[in-house]
Structure formats: C-alpha cells, structure tokens
Design a protein around this ligand. Structure first.
Ligand code: PLP
Length: 407
C-alpha cells in the first residue's frame, strides 16, 4: 500500500498549495516598492482576518515571539500579572512573565478543563497590570471563554483596575469567533503555522490603543521585538529588520484563498474557516466514543484540535506510531506529562470534513484489534462522523430538498 503523508498536528498544519507557489515566487528585496505594496496589502488583510480596527504588527518569529513581545513591551520589572492557565501554553505565559522580572499570580484549571471566572476575578488585584490567557489551549484541546474574561475586566475597570487583556489566540484565530474590539481585548496573538496554512516563521499581534499607550511608560528591555518601532515603520510598508519575505507572500495567498471561500470577502471567509473547523471537530467528537475512546476535554472542547484518550490500557504513543507507520497519518502525542495519555488531532487550517473522515478511518483501522467486536465494528466511528457532517451540511446549505431528491 502507498502511504500518503497527511499532517493532523495542531501546528505546523498542512500547507496550502497556492501559498507554496507564492513562496517559491517571492524572489524580492524588502526595501523595494514591490515589497512595500505586498506588505501593506497583507497587513490590511491581516487586520480583516483578525477582525479588528486596531493596528497589527507582523513579526518574523514563531508564535512564542509574539508572546514574548507582549510581555517585553507591556511590562516593567516587578509588575504583577495574572496568568490564567490550563495547560502547557498557559504555563508558557508564567515562564515568560518570570523571565522579564514580573510577579505572576496564577489561576489554574486541571488539564482538560477550562478556567473558573470566579477564581480569576478573585485573584485580580488592584495593581494587576496584565491578564494573560489562551483562546484555545492546544495542549489539552480546551477552549476558554475570552469574552467572559474581557467582560469581567471591563466591569472592574470602573473601580480603577487598568489590567490589559493579552490573549494567545495562536490556535484560536480561525477556529473560534473572537471580537477583539467589541469585547475589549488589548492584544490578540496569532501564528502562521496554525489556521493560516503556511509554514512556521511569522507571528502577528493586533494591539489596542490602550496597550500602545502602556508601552510608552513600560521599562522592560526590547530590541528586535520593539512593537512601537514595528508599528511606525509598518505604516510606510516597511519592517524594522529583514522580514520573512516569502512567508509574507504566502500569507497573502492564504488570505486570498480564505476570501475566495466567501466570494472574495475575507471577513466572511474567516467565519467560514471557523465553521469548517467546528464541523471537523464535531465529527471527531462524535467518532471518538464510537471507537471506545474518550474525549480529554468534553466540557469545553476547542474546534482547533481534539484531544483523545486511547482505549483503556493503550499508550497513546502506540496509536501515534501506528497511524504514521500504517497510513502516513501524523497526529500529536500529549505534551509533557500528558504524553502517553492522549493524542491530538487538528482541525485548524487547510482541512475539510473529508480529511477528518480520512483520519477517523485510519484510527478505526489501528484501534479495531484492541476492542472487543461487541463494542466496535469498523465503520461505527465513520458512520457517527458522517451523520454529523450530513446534519451540518443540511443546516449550512439550508436546502434539504435537493439532497432528499437525490436519495
Ligand atoms: C503553537 C502555539 C504557540 C506557539 O508556539 P511556537 O512554537 O512558538 O509557534 C503558542 N500558543 C499556542 C496556544 C499554540 O498552539
């Protein structure tokens, strides 16, 4: 049998062919009118994709670079910050805050669960300068309620709190509806190797006016990640240092593709991208129990990625290995102490529901022998996913008559 490689990891995700072509063709210098035109166009598309009127900054780094930039630009040594964490990426906020001499207060939820708003509110001090969280915690497949945290912060603002809300939406953008401006999020962070279907190497942030203002007085050191410098030169279509030119061309092509899914309207295309991820995730969630497995985050599941606990007594690493060896299908093992206990299947980026059927089919093949036939037959999980797809297609099309006629 042939093995066609299929990437189902929550970053890097499969590459969009049009973006790969754009990269290959991007043979241009960054201090030229040609690049400036490209950069300005992509920054404008990025703003639409993020869904904010705020200025956006594009950095040539992985996603963590934008997380570091947020801390470096928005804090001074000794600042109190509140970290809302429920997984490996939440813990990264704590590490970054400490590296820049901040004092982190930490509200955590067990892996697989989302945060308690009451606990967050209780930990918020009058001198908390930043609140740091994820929109979706990729290590556990959990979606957090960004809107609720933003509203809570708004409610305490009248009593003098000036805490800014910084959201790592690196797997949240393109998989969950986020309204930065309406909710009052101050920094929204994304990364290129996730929903936008291009390789790793670009990170981006949308930054509120309140946050730009904060940067005028903060004292922590910054040089490469000086956001105010980047903002200033970006207005002229420049970047402060040599940018990832080819990746920027790829990003433009990816935005064109997303827009093309909605008749050229990128904002609507973003909504379609989110709905696509939601559909793939719902299919996966229906398939998992049908294969005798359990969802790791059943209560607040992210559309970006589904974390799955393997059948009783099976190490998730075996499933990861088998999927690769037998079907060229790459899924992610658990991170850190979750290794062996769960595996993760991505839905963000250049996937469609048929890709999800493929990974479910492969999973059925590798797990069928570890379950008694009374519990599971080949096709059970596919059937469950197919029913979700049929239902969602019917709703999306709002035209059940033609489908019925075909039957
Ligand atoms: C991928 C990811 C990051 C960034 O990781 P990099 O390896 O630096 O790109 C940060 N947060 C979340 C939630 C992620 O999924």
């Amino acid at each position: 049998m042939f093995h066609k490689t299929r990437l189902f990891t929550p970053g890097p995700t499969p590459l969009l062919p049009a973006a790969q072509f754009a990269m290959a063709a991007a043979d241009l210098h960054h201090r030229t009118p040609e690049f400036r035109a490209l950069y300005q166009r992509v920054l404008e598309q990025l703003r639409t994709f993020v869904g904010s009127k705020n200025d956006v900054v594009l950095l040539t780094s992985s996603g963590t670079g934008a997380m570091e930039a947020s801390i470096a630009n928005l804090t001074s040594p000794g600042d109190r910050v509140l970290v809302l964490t429920a997984g490996k990426f939440g813990e990264r906020w704590t590490g970054l805050a400490k590296a820049f001499g901040c004092q982190p207060d930490i509200v955590s939820a067990p892996y697989g669960q989302t945060l308690s708003l009451e606990a967050a509110k209780a930990e918020l001090r009058s001198d908390t300068r930043l609140v740091l969280m994820q929109a979706t915690e990729t290590s556990t497949g959990v979606r957090h309620d960004v809107q609720a945290v933003a509203e809570m912060l708004r409610s305490v603002r009248s009593s003098g709190s000036d805490a800014l809300l910084v959201v790592d939406a690196i797997t949240g953008l393109g998989t969950t509806h986020l309204d930065m401006d309406a909710w009052g999020v101050d920094v929204l962070i994304g990364g290129s190797q996730k929903a936008v279907m291009i390789p790793p190497g670009l990170a981006y942030l949308a930054v509120s006016e309140r946050a730009w203002k904060r940067m005028e007085t903060t004292k922590n050191p910054r040089y490469y990640f000086d956001l105010r410098k980047e903002r200033k030169v970006a207005a002229k279509g420049e970047s402060a240092y040599t940018p990832g030119v080819a990746l920027i061309a790829a990003l433009g092509a990816a935005f064109d593709y997303i827009a093309a899914q909605a008749d050229g309207d990128l904002a609507k295309g973003r909504v379609a991208l989110v709905e696509n991820a939601e559909t793939c995730a719902a299919m996966m969630r229906a398939a998992v129990p049908a294969m005798g497995m359990r969802l790791f985050a059943p209560d607040a599941p992210a559309a970006a990625v589904t974390a799955v606990m393997p059948p009783e007594g099976v190490d998730s690493g075996i499933i990861v290995k088998q999927l690769k060896a037998r079907f060229g299908t790459i899924v992610a093992n658990g991170q850190g102490e979750m290794k062996g206990q769960l595996f993760r299947v991505a839905h963000l980026g250049f996937f469609d529901p048929l890709d999800t059927l493929a990974v479910i089919g492969a999973l059925e093949q590798v797990t069928v022998d570890s379950l008694p036939p009374s519990k599971f037959q080949l096709g059970d999980a596919l059937a469950a996913a197919q029913r979700v797809l049929a239902e969602r297609s019917r709703v999306a099309a709002q035209a059940p008559f033609e489908i019925a006629a075909v039957r």
